[in-house]
Design a protein around this ligand. Structure first.
Ligand code: PMP
Length: 357
């Protein structure tokens, strides 16, 4: 290709952010729910879709969906922005509040899309290290914020791919110290009992607080592509201005409104996944691997005395796909396994034990 069609630098490394999609028997690489949404949701959704006049554009304001999300969290619809997955939520947020000449701060290792989307939006990205246990150190974190003065601070709790939720006191202090937006990505928030949404009640820094959630994980709807943020109404208005008109299809809006009616089933799924995670962690503890505690639906582990990439390939050849982070700075030698069904987890543990022998 000629220099006139050169890819933007921000996109040159895109391949690194994607987990391969292989048609394997046991897929434990993208932190999806191992269980489908409830059958009652499936029926309600099919019925609702049959009634849609698809010749019309969707509701541009996604009023019913934002009201449903708002009532779940006790906020106004004007404080909710929805998009096609939380990745698109983040993209709209940074198109609105990022841009060249502005800085984003991330604590690595963390979810790679934060830095990637900030780069796409033209921002300078500053990466600071996490503490020894992969949590953000409150003192070092506060010092980094004072030094970098980020327009957008990213936190991720529980953190992907390391698994722990941040100490709520650390989050509160960092949000308070952030001069601009403080984005707390809670994609795995339903798996823990703590949420930064509680900081909205008059805490210092609440104006700049942005809490991001998704229906892709606990809600078992990764295929529907739906995520949202809860923030000050001016932040939401900015996101709406950056989003393309009619970006959220009628069927996505319906899927979300109906999904939120099955909160009890969601909580049951979360309990089942958390129990399976504990079994998985126990199984891993018996093997020759280092592991880290998880508050989410995945576990980070590091084989001792075995090359992680070669092990990843062996598992894949045997029909189990996990995520290879072994070449990511700070995660050398690490793999991440999503919590599957008890049968899937057992199969993974068996194969892993065999491969490590
Ligand atoms: N944030 C975090 C921390 C994630 O791990 C993921 C998915 N892996 C996302 C956001 C994006 O999820 P989605 O776009 O499916 O909502």
């Amino acid at each position: 290709m000629s220099a006139r069609v050169a890819l933007r630098d921000e996109l040159a490394s895109l391949g690194r952010y994607h987990s391969p999609q292989s048609p394997v028997e046991v897929r434990l690489n993208t932190n999806e729910s191992p269980y489908p949404p409830p059958a009652a949701w499936q029926h309600a959704f099919s019925d609702a879709v049959r009634q849609v006049g698809f010749q019309r554009y969707p509701d541009r304001e996604a009023k019913a969906l934002r009201a449903a999300v708002g009532s779940r969290h006790g906020v106004e619809p004007e404080e909710v922005f929805c998009a096609n997955g939380s990745n698109e939520v983040l993209l709209c947020l940074l198109l609105a509040f990022g841009g060249s000449g502005r800085r984003a701060l991330v604590f690595e290792p963390t979810y790679g899309l934060h830095a990637h989307v900030a780069g796409l939006a033209g921002m300078e990205v500053v990466a600071e290290p996490r503490g020894a246990d992969f949590r953000v150190d409150p003192v070092a974190g506060a010092a980094a914020i004072a030094r970098v003065e980020p327009d957008v601070l990213f936190l991720c709790s529980p953190n992907n791919p390391t698994g722990r939720a941040e100490d709520p006191r650390t989050v509160a202090a960092l949000v308070e110290g952030a001069p601009g937006l403080a984005v707390v990505d809670e994609a795995y928030g339903e798996f823990t009992s703590v949420s930064s949404l509680t900081l909205r009640d008059g805490s210092a820094g609440a104006e700049g607080l942005v809490v991001v959630r998704t229906l892709s994980k606990a809600w078992a709807m990764a295929g529907a592509r739906l995520g949202y943020l809860v923030a000050h109404r001016d932040v939401v208005a900015g996101c709406q201005a950056a989003a393309l008109p009619y970006h959220l299809s009628t069927q996505t809006q319906l899927a979300g409104v109906l999904a939120l009616r099955y909160e009890t089933e969601m909580a049951e799924r979360v309990r089942a996944v958390a129990a399976a995670r504990e079994e998985l962690a126990k199984g891993l503890a018996e093997l020759d691997v280092d592991t880290w505690p998880s508050d989410a639906n995945f576990v980070l582990f590091r084989p001792r005395g075995r090359d992680a990439s070669a092990l990843w390939a062996d598992l894949l050849a045997a029909g189990v796909l996990v995520r290879d982070f072994s070449s990511r700075p700070g995660l050398e030698g690490c793999l991440r396994v999503s919590v599957g069904t008890p049968e899937e987890n057992e199969r993974f543990l068996e194969l892993l034990a065999g491969a490590l022998r």
